[in-house]
Ligand binder design. Sequence first.
Ligand code: SF4
Length: 222
Amino acid sequence: MTAADFVPAGATMDKLRKASLACTGCELYKGTTQTVFSKGPVGARLVFVGEQPGDIEDRRGEPFVGPAGKLLDKAVAEVGIDPAVIYTTNAVKHFKFRSAGEGKRRIHQTPDASDVSACRPWLVAEFELLSPDVVVALGATAGRALFGPSFRVTQSRGVLMPWPASAHDSAAFAHDGDDGDRESAFAMATLHPSAILRADDRDVAYAGFVADLEVAAAVLSG
Ligand code: SF4
């Protein structure tokens, strides 16, 4: 089973969000607090796609509200992007974790290809409603979800690509709406902010992250 059985056809973003709360399209909903869908306006000019919600996001029901989200907010402010033009979502909408220790602390587990594939219908449905100028994949999982399984974020970070990224993605991430006078859209990838927090040299990693986001900021101001 996948999320496809739960995605209502022709739904607005609010209806998608509500419908996602009942999704049992894979095993990941088990033991979580809730589906964590997205935040931001449908008319956003910049879309961030992350990996999956973490422990804090699972409890709050909102993506990127933990330490990684705070670091992302800081970098966004530093490159001068208005938060009001950003839509933020994840490739996988439930927190994948394993329990450890007597307190049953929840330890993040990276979603695998089958998790991303099961949840993909939500992401595709979101992009049918969105019409961004630039899409930014945050980390390897998001990069593979958007650009295919051979995508390597470490090799291609900070590089602008056309969006949708390929003929294959054009079919998956088609947008039916009126794009007005928009000429073209772009996509790119950078590291996930949680990787910056884990880096041995956090200052260097953060500087690289900001440099990547400056590429997206230039698209918005161009
Ligand atoms: S991870 Fe995605 S497909 Fe799996 S249950 Fe959650 S919303 Fe549904």
